[in-house]
Design a protein around this ligand. Structure first.
Ligand SMILES: Cc1cc2nc3c(=O)[nH]c(=O)nc-3n(C[C@H](O)[C@H](O)[C@H](O)COP(=O)(O)OP(=O)(O)OC[C@H]3O[C@@H](n4cnc5c(N)ncnc54)[C@H](O)[C@@H]3O)c2cc1C
Length: 462
């Protein structure tokens, strides 16, 4: 519990209308898409970096936990106030401050929704490529804190590539600015990139300078259906050998296709499809036409049952439907989805699927998989009923085997969602003790009293 005098001091900073203490709010702001939350003691909605700095100073003095929150779509409990304290919701810092057509950049506040920035810049012929599938809900601040990826990362890279500079509040209350509007900057340590992906454990981002690119004039979407995952993986290799760099190379497995068919009430791929690839290419119209022909040829060479090229926007939407429906289609399968966003070197994707087949057989669990085959980043979704103790234990073992297997395949236990608290027990599978200690010293330098988002990234008691 936090003292009443502390609450009064916070009210003095933001005003009484911008705090929440009722149970419903404390619970709502205490959870995220992991659906495993803990109530905050107090929810605060500041309006500026200066107010956040004042709140941080108070928390620092009294050792009160302080947890930044964007839109709460994170999958690893990053925004959950595990130890109570204050949740700082960034929701009032929601303005696009500048779109600069000449310098190809945007200056935004953290609560701007990813899709809203994309729409605003695309209306001006510009493009902000990072596209987490949560883009209609997730905030840019959350994307930066998690270094979000998405289907377009194969060609355009992840969020980090588009962050030029940041304004952020340190847990000790200072407001810092890192980077600049220039695209090149090698002055001192790259604190901008250190903050990207730091999961709200080093500083609270209050403004960012984001790089934009020209919007590609043409785009085309293809769907290729295969009998199984190995055939689809052969097609991915065939495309890479042909030196094509599609925008997206999404892979959907049989179990996921069955889930979408049950959810949509109709099959969205022809009978006999055991794996599906969604491929998108963009660029100048002539290049796109040539690449579509190359992609189709590469997929047929790998044994595609069918290759379909969308003829217009409506058909493109129809082809994407199977991918977009996936998150929703999995919900009826089981009450809980343990979403593992593992990533392996591209050429080892077939070995990853073989590992998942072994987990299915060993633990008798349903594990639909889909993801960004071009990056080797596959979402391995372990579906369970948390009320079934046997299933929970089998899932725990399956997650451990999966993550250890991914590291053995020279991959990483998280390509997109970060560690939060749900993956913290597995950090040592991938990072050596020396590296973890160095990371903790970095954390200590930013946050000497450990008040900012405690319990995240590092295993408890380590
Ligand atoms: C249906 C669905 C699809 C998804 N698809 C993808 C995908 O394709 N790719 C992908 O990468 N992720 C995906 N995600 C996960 C999630 O959307 C991303 O991690 C997203 O970046 C989180 O943004 P948010 O605003 O919801 O952040 P939150 O969940 O609110 O917070 C996430 C973390 O960021 C910190 N944080 C938030 N704002 C700030 C700030 N201003 N300063 C400092 N720290 C901050 C929080 O403390 C927390 O640790 C998906 C989630 C869902 C539910």
């Amino acid at each position: 519990m936090i003292p009443e005098s502390f609450v009064e001091a916070i009210v003095g900073v933001v005003g009484p209308e911008h705090i929440r203490r009722d149970e419903a709010s404390r619970l709502a702001y205490g959870t995220d898409a992991l659906r495993c939350g803990h109530p905050a003691d107090l929810v605060v909605m500041p309006a500026s970096a200066r107010q956040i700095a004042a709140i941080a100073r108070l928390c620092h003095q009294l050792r009160v936990p302080l947890v930044p929150r964007g839109a709460g779509t994170g999958y690893t409990g990053g925004a959950v106030p595990l130890h109570g304290g204050i949740v700082v919701s960034l929701e009032r810092l929601n303005r696009i401050l500048e779109i600069d057509d000449e310098s190809l950049l945007a200056v935004v506040e953290p609560a701007v929704i990813t899709g809203d920035l994309q729409a605003a810049v695309e209306a001006r012929g510009l493009f902000y490529p990072p596209d987490p599938q949560s883009l209609k809900e997730s905030s840019l601040g959350g994307n930066i804190a998690e270094c979000a990826g998405g289907p377009r990362a194969f060609k355009y890279g992840v969020t980090r590539r588009y962050v030029l500079g940041l304004e952020a509040v340190l847990p000790t209350g200072e407001i810092i600015r890192t980077g600049s509007k220039a695209v090149k900057n090698v002055v001192g340590y790259d604190l901008t990139q250190l903050l990207v992906g730091s999961e709200g454990t080093l500083a609270i981002v209050t403004q960012m300078i984001l790089r934009l690119v020209p919007k590609p004039p043409a785009v085309a979407t293809l769907r290729a259906c295969f009998v199984d995952v190995p055939a689809a993986a052969r097609a991915v290799s065939a495309l890479i050998r042909r030196r094509i760099v599609p925008v997206t190379l999404e892979l959907v497995d049989q179990d996921s296709l069955d889930a979408v068919a049950a959810y949509a009430g109709t099959r969205l791929a022809p009978e006999g499809t055991g794996a599906l690839l969604l491929v998108e290419v963009d660029g100048m119209a002539e290049t796109v036409a040539a690449e579509v022909a190359e992609v189709a040829a590469g997929c047929r060479e790998a044994g595609a049952l069918e290759v379909l090229v969308a003829r217009d926007g409506a058909e493109r939407e129809q082809l994407w439907r199977v991918r977009r429906e996936l998150s929703y289609a999995l919900r009826p399968i089981a009450p809980q989805k343990i979403n593992n966003d593992v990533v392996v070197p591209r050429g080892r994707v077939p070995e990853l699927f073989a590992l998942v087949d072994r987990l299915r057989a060993t633990y008798g669990l349903r594990i639909p998989c889909f993801g960004h085959a071009g990056d080797g980043n596959i979402h391995v979704n372990i579906m369970i009923d948390p009320a079934d103790a046997g299933q929970v234990e089998r899932a725990r073992q399956a997650v451990g085997d999966l993550l250890a297997g991914v590291v053995a395949l020279e991959g990483s236990i998280s390509g997109e969602h970060g560690i939060g608290f749900s993956k913290a027990p597995y950090l040592g599978l991938e990072l050596s003790g020396d590296v973890i200690d160095l990371m903790k010293r970095v954390k200590q330098a930013f946050d000497p009293h450990g008040i900012l988002n405690p319990g995240k990234i590092f295993p408890t008691g380590s």
